[in-house]
Design a binder for this molecule. Structure first.
Ligand SMILES: [Zn+2]
Length: 320
């Protein structure tokens, strides 16, 4: 199963009805409206959503992590996320370089950006040191299949990852956070497998948790249960509830980079934002920036940010 490309094995029948949240379905209609030159509906959503959500996020950050004062988090807006999604490179060969440039725009010094080269894959890694050597990994794959622009799968994940970096880079954190853009996920989780394979056995305990971000843009944040640790799934559900962010989860016959970490007993969770429409979009020519609902990506960013700061506060072994 780990050698199968993400989502390829998923049939429309296996995607549960719970993935049609009415809220996002409505918003999706609004996004479709925008394509026919009616921008009103989308801007109406964006007008109220940031204000409400920023207040919630500040509250959540303050309560979720005593060690992360809300004023130290440089929060991103839906418009900022949308802008980066629009520039998704459609050629696979241009993606790694584009990820590097994106991180530089988010404030990373070129010297802090490392490309880890393995036999058959390259991962881009930025380490943000914390007080201890205990680690949290936040990852997203940057590669794409040959069809389409790979905007949803998975430039959205890369954009969320880079904005999380921007929001956390100057925060005082307990744990070291590794921001990783994985290569060749679509070929069979090559990048994430190579990364965990290179961790010395006696260091595995230092990896407290891994959050994988894969394919936002169609619906509310969801956990892919079959490749996620149940305790982390429950934490994500609890935090979403606290933040009043709609949330769902389900098992689907698909794989993702969190699997590579789970195999080494590192608690991991995959977050996505796909809907029942996925089959006609993912891995097709339809996976282009215009199909991305920025609010889906924005909610994913918010939830991941609060999840990461919560994990930073919790004892390392809490989710094993
Ligand atoms: Zn993917």
């Amino acid at each position: 199963m780990d050698s199968a490309p993400l989502w390829l094995q998923v049939s429309a029948q296996t995607w549960p009805a719970v993935h049609r949240p009415p809220l996002l379905k409505q918003r999706h209609k609004d996004l479709a409206g925008m394509k026919s030159c009616n921008r009103k509906s989308l801007s109406a959503i964006l007008r109220f959503a940031p204000r409400i959500s920023f207040a919630l996020l500040l509250f959540s950050l303050a309560s979720a992590s005593a060690n992360l004062p809300s004023q130290s988090a440089d929060l991103s807006s839906p418009d900022q996320l949308k802008e980066e999604i629009a520039s998704a490179p459609c050629k696979d060969t241009e993606r790694l370089d584009a990820v590097r440039k994106l991180f530089e725009r988010m404030g990373a010094a070129p010297a802090d950006i490392a490309v880890e080269r393995f036999k058959n894959v390259e991962n881009l890694v930025i380490s943000k040191p914390g007080l201890s050597s205990e680690k949290i990994v936040i990852g997203a794959h940057y590669d794409k299949v040959s069809d389409g622009c790979g905007a949803i799968d998975n430039w959205t994940g890369i954009v969320v990852l880079a904005h999380l970096y921007k929001s956390l880079k100057d925060a005082a954190l307990n744990k070291t956070v590794l921001f990783v853009a994985f290569g060749k996920e679509e070929k069979g989780l090559f990048g994430s497998s190579a990364m965990v394979g290179a961790i010395p056995k006696d260091q595995l305990d230092h990896y407290c948790a891994m959050i994988n971000i894969d394919s936002f843009g169609l619906a509310v944040p969801q956990v892919l249960d079959n490749v996620s640790n149940a305790k982390l799934r429950n934490l994500a559900a609890d935090l979403a509830k606290e933040m009043k962010i709609p949330f769902s989860s389900a098992s689907v016959n698909a794989d993702a980079d969190s699997s590579s970490f789970m195999k080494k007993k590192i608690p991991a969770v995959t977050l996505h934002g796909l809907s029942n429409e996925w089959a006609s979009i993912i891995h097709t020519a339809n996976d282009k920036p215009s199909r991305v609902n920025p609010m889906s990506v924005y909610l994913g960013y918010q939830l991941t940010l609060v999840l990461a700061t919560h994990l930073d506060r919790d004892p390392c072994g809490a989710y094993r």
